[in-house]
Design a protein around this ligand. Structure first.
Ligand code: SAH
Ligand code: SF4
Ligand code: F3S
Length: 470
């Protein structure tokens, strides 16, 4: 409950960080023969992207401009993800490639932060094997970047801050948002669900919700700034409010944001099926700005595997939600995450997943081969199926999904859809790109000044990856 610490711009801890930012700025002034430049790259989920925007905000305050590549940067920060082994391999590959770059650039500083380095074994590996990495800070130390950077700039030893913590809520950090049309808005941090395969609860701390006033103030500001799409973020937005004293749940929050005057749409992720209620589905139906698309990760179509995963719902309960949503929200669509090859998963379990995917008919499916994560329960389970077999299963599932998608896309031809134009298209001169409220990609011919607006597009042709129209 109220023992969750909330820091804001007026709190001592953040005032201190702003002082460090000013001191770092002074040190930087004479350090290079050019204005200092930073390159920040974020791996992983939208939550991490949102953290990346805070990092860029803090760096702007310290006086860094932004570099287009590590080769032209004086400070490189990789904001890392630990969710699967290949995510970590990619980071190590990128960090390895920085060694020769740093040798050529006088005074260059390298920082690693985020989920991956919150794991003590990884932090230790970097300490031992990557001596040219200057700053290592975990998810809980994000806001202390000015302090760590100041110490390193002033000639102190390499800075490590990866201590474990249940986590706090930090409001009022400076922000540099990546886009001008779409914005991320975290409503909660951390996760308490401990799905047996997942590292997130270990690296992100306990679940904690932002105060509704803080969320609403940020939402109002985004609308005022002209953002057209706001995505509410949390590892499980459906448990929003559980850590707050006031009686408020995610449906209530959605309603309040939906009330804000303005021309914008609302998305949210991720919805855990175990906490997805009829109230939430009714709310989506009742709120005109909330998209009729739900990302509802099922992970597996086998009750036996769902139980091993500690997901707390059955296939039957999941399908009941889908069917209620279909009855309640006009034209609702769904997307999902699926893990293939969970420890002990059999061919039969996998076939049940394929069945479920066919039954629901997702518009998008994010599929992953199970990756063991040190410290999780699943990493200790027996895992007899060879990787090659799991890869075959994955390809099979992708083929099934691809056929489903092709059929779905065909149904759109001849219809007129509301699309948020968000950039230039891939199809050449005069083409723009956008997303429907159900998050389908549309390419269409239109004037460049349509970008950032909602437009009506008549669909004339459909391919697997996009719809095409005028
Ligand atoms: N909080 C979200 C998911 C966050 S992680 C939820 O509960 O749905 C995003 C996705 O990565 C998960 O949905 C899962 O499908 C996948 N994932 C997580 N850990 C994994 C692992 N160890 N191996 C493979 N995929 C994993
Ligand atoms: Fe991981 Fe499960 Fe939490 Fe999602 S709900 S972040 S999959 S532990
Ligand atoms: Fe996100 Fe990866 Fe961390 S998925 S929460 S950045 S482990």
């Amino acid at each position: 409950m109220s023992e969750i610490k909330r820091l804001d711009a007026e709190s001592e801890a953040l005032i201190r960080q702003r002082e460090f930012a000013q001191k770092a700025k002074k040190l930087l002034a004479g350090r290079y023969d050019h204005p200092p430049l930073a390159y920040v790259h974020t791996f992983g989920c939208q939550q991490n992207v949102s953290d990346g925007e805070k990092i860029k905000g803090m760096l702007a305050e310290i006086g860094y401009g932004s570099a287009d590549s590590p080769e032209t940067a004086d400070l490189v920060i990789y904001n890392t993800c630990a969710v699967r082994e290949n995510a970590e391999d990619r980071v190590f590959g990128n960090v390895g490639a920085l060694k020769p770059v740093k040798q050529k650039r006088r005074g260059m500083i390298i920082g690693l932060c985020g989920c991956m380095v919150q794991q003590q074994n990884i932090a230790e590996k970097i300490k031992q094997s990557y001596p040219y990495v200057d700053l290592v800070f975990g998810t809980h130390a994000l806001y202390t970047l000015p302090e760590l950077l100041y110490h390193r700039l002033s000639g102190q030893k390499r800075q490590f801050s990866t201590g474990d913590s249940p986590g706090e809520i930090v409001e009022g950090l400076p922000l540099r948002r990546d886009g001008e049309i779409k914005a991320n808005l975290p409503v909660m941090y951390g996760c308490n669900n401990f799905c047996t395969y997942c590292i997130v609860p270990y690296v992100r701390g306990r679940e904690r919700s932002r105060h509704p006033e803080d969320v609403l103030a940020e939402a109002r500001q985004l609308v005022q700034m002209g953002y057209r799409e706001i995505t509410l973020l949390g590892q499980n937005v459906n448990s929003y409010g559980h850590t707050l004293e006031e009686q408020i749940d995610f449906s209530d929050l959605l309603r309040e944001i939906n009330h804000i005057d303005g021309d914008f749409i609302l998305r949210f992720m991720t919805s855990h099926p175990k906490d997805c209620t009829h109230k939430l589905i009714d709310t989506i139906a009742a709120c005109d700005k909330v998209c009729n698309h739900i990302h509802l990760p099922v992970q597996s179509g086998s009750n036996r595997v769902l139980d091993l995963m500690n997901r707390h719902y059955t296939v039957e309960e999941y399908l009941e939600l889908i069917s209620y949503a279909r009855r309640t929200i006009p034209d609702v669509t769904f997307s999902s995450d699926i893990i293939v090859g969970f420890p002990g998963e059999t061919r039969e379990d996998f076939e049940q997943t394929v069945e479920l995917v066919k039954k629901v008919g997702y518009t998008t499916l994010y599929t992953f081969i199970y990756s063991p994560r040190t410290g999780t329960k699943a990493a200790l389970m027996d895992d007899p199926i060879p990787e090659a077999e799991k890869s075959r299963w994955l390809r099979e599932l992708l083929d099934v999904q691809s056929a489903i998608r092709e059929e779905q896309q065909g149904h759109f031809v001849g219809r007129t859809l509301r699309v948020l134009a968000d950039g230039t298209g891939r199809s050449g001169e005069g083409w723009l790109s956008g997303r429907t409220v159900s998050n389908d990609i549309v390419e269409f011919q239109g004037p460049p000044d349509a970008i950032g607006r909602f437009v009506e597009v008549k669909i004339e042709r459909a391919l697997n990856w996009a719809l095409f129209g005028k």
